[in-house]
Design a protein around this ligand. Structure first.
Ligand SMILES: COc1nc(N)nc2c1ncn2[C@H]1C[C@H](O)[C@@H](COP(=O)(O)OP(=O)(O)OP(=O)(O)O)O1
Length: 178
């Protein structure tokens, strides 16, 4: 059965951890967008803020009165200098006790327009889809990014505890659309 906060019919693909699911807090909405082209994926090396020094897609907070897809397009332009026809790929809940829940809508695209640039926040870099740097990404990305690459809708939840500047994964659940 999916964990609290994940609704609908999903087939479990990965789960682990032993702690209880952390309790419900207020939710904040985020986006994350990945570009895939010629068996390569565009990632950004995060230069500041949440997830600093990790590779990730391009994204950030959804502003009040903004749709998630509009926010995803804005963040992709701000952080990588490009526009793309974004398709919703999946949803991830990122939970840390004492913080608002992060509900992350994750997007993918296979085309883009504009010139890829480095921004204050991200340094873009192409990787072979077979050589994604999972050891330098958020811990649960290795479970759902293959579903994004395969265009298989997914949902998941990842509960972390913050220890100093590090986020320690405590429990996770990833499912794909049945
Ligand atoms: C497991 O947790 C996470 N995994 C992945 N792959 N990505 C995550 C996780 N938790 C958060 N994120 C993403 C969601 C966003 O794309 C960024 C964080 O956004 P940020 O805090 O940088 O938001 P901005 O609006 O860009 O920030 P500024 O106010 O600094 O502009 O990480």
């Amino acid at each position: 059965m999916p964990p609290p906060g994940i609704f609908g019919d999903w087939e479990l693909t990965h789960t682990g951890g032993t702690s209880d699911w952390f309790p419900v807090e207020e939710t904040r909405y985020y986006t994350n967008a990945f570009l895939i082209q010629n068996a390569k994926i565009l990632l950004g090396y995060k230069k500041r803020g949440l997830g600093i020094h990790k590779y990730n897609g391009f994204g950030g907070k959804v502003e009040p009165d903004e749709s998630t897809v509009a926010a995803a397009a804005r963040e992709l332009l701000e952080e990588a200098g490009i526009s793309a026809p974004l398709e919703h790929a999946g949803t991830l809940l990122f939970v840390v006790p004492g913080n608002k829940w992060a509900h992350i809508d994750i997007f993918r695209a296979e085309e883009y327009s504009g010139t890829i640039i480095e921004s204050d926040e991200m340094r873009p870099e192409w990787f072979d889809a077979s050589q994604i740097p999972f050891d330098n990404m958020w811990d649960t990305d290795r479970y759902w990014l293959p579903l994004l690459l395969a265009k298989h809708p997914f949902a998941g939840r990842a509960d972390f505890e913050k220890e100093g500047d590090s986020y320690i994964l405590k429990r996770w659940w990833i499912g794909k659309k049945t």
